[in-house]
Design a protein around this ligand. Sequence first.
Ligand SMILES: [Fe+2]
Ligand SMILES: [Fe+2]
Length: 330
Amino acid sequence: MTASSTEFFSDVTSAAILVVDDEEPVRHLLVNVLKPAGYRLFEAGSAEEAETMLSRVAPDVIVLDVNLPGQSGHHFLRLLRADPATKLLPVIMLTGRPTWADRLSAIDEGVTDFLSKPFSPDELLVRIRSLVRMKRYTDALEDAENVIVALARTVDARDPYTQRHSERVAHYGGLLAVAVGLEGTDLTAIRRGGLFHDIGKIAVRDAVLLKPGRLTAEEFDEVKRHPAEGRQLLQGMRSLAYALDVVTYHHERLDGSGYPEGLRGETIPLTARVITIADIYDALTTPRPYRGALSRDDALREMAAEVKRGWWDPRLFREFCALIENEPSS
Ligand SMILES: [Fe+2]
Ligand SMILES: [Fe+2]
């Protein structure tokens, strides 16, 4: 382990543990084992009490009894998994003698680990320590992703004409993706990739990015490097790998006249083609130094001409027209 990772995990024992169990003796037992090891303990006697507690405490691990008065442990677990804030939170389920069906439904609901009563203090400590480590890893990944999102916003904020451009592109891209039936990692790639697609513009100089007049050929070459710059910036981060196609290929055109690689037709990844439609639409409907914002209809007309020219995906464009007509106009 490197010095920094040792440091990173040195506060594992100061983690917050929420114990949800209606039997006070069981809670006391858990507290008596975990507190001396340096953990901060919070106790709830029911799922309802635990739910209220979550608005003021952010636990690193939840120890959850299955049989609770009122809402059951299973129900509470489903609530935790449905909330983005606790979706990845490690939950260890305390069970008496669980039936096979009980275990299966807990696994299906997203339980992280089980602990059978009666449990040994040593086993409890080892399991909690490993779950806290897991929590630290997911927190670190989330932090890294948040930094990238913040960077993407900074890029948008540099240019008064593109304020919140990336957020709108992610929004339209997500709507289009859902409309054409994309889901899972493709949908995530489009939503997150939409936010990062222009992140490589961080490497483009202000004098070029903010130039009100026409760009010279060299200046345009500098702008055209932003997909590759973006790719380089993100490719070291495994958690963002899914967004790389969107970042790299969002300026390709079906007829091969786009950049950076001049890909043609369906060799351009579908996720990138979706974001391209959203990107062009947003660029046309927001004001630029050299022209005002186009209305929705004018922008769609302009894009239709470009579809005819062979630039954008006709099927995606058709779907986009259908859904944008139902969007509240801005
Ligand atoms: Fe771009
Ligand atoms: Fe863009």
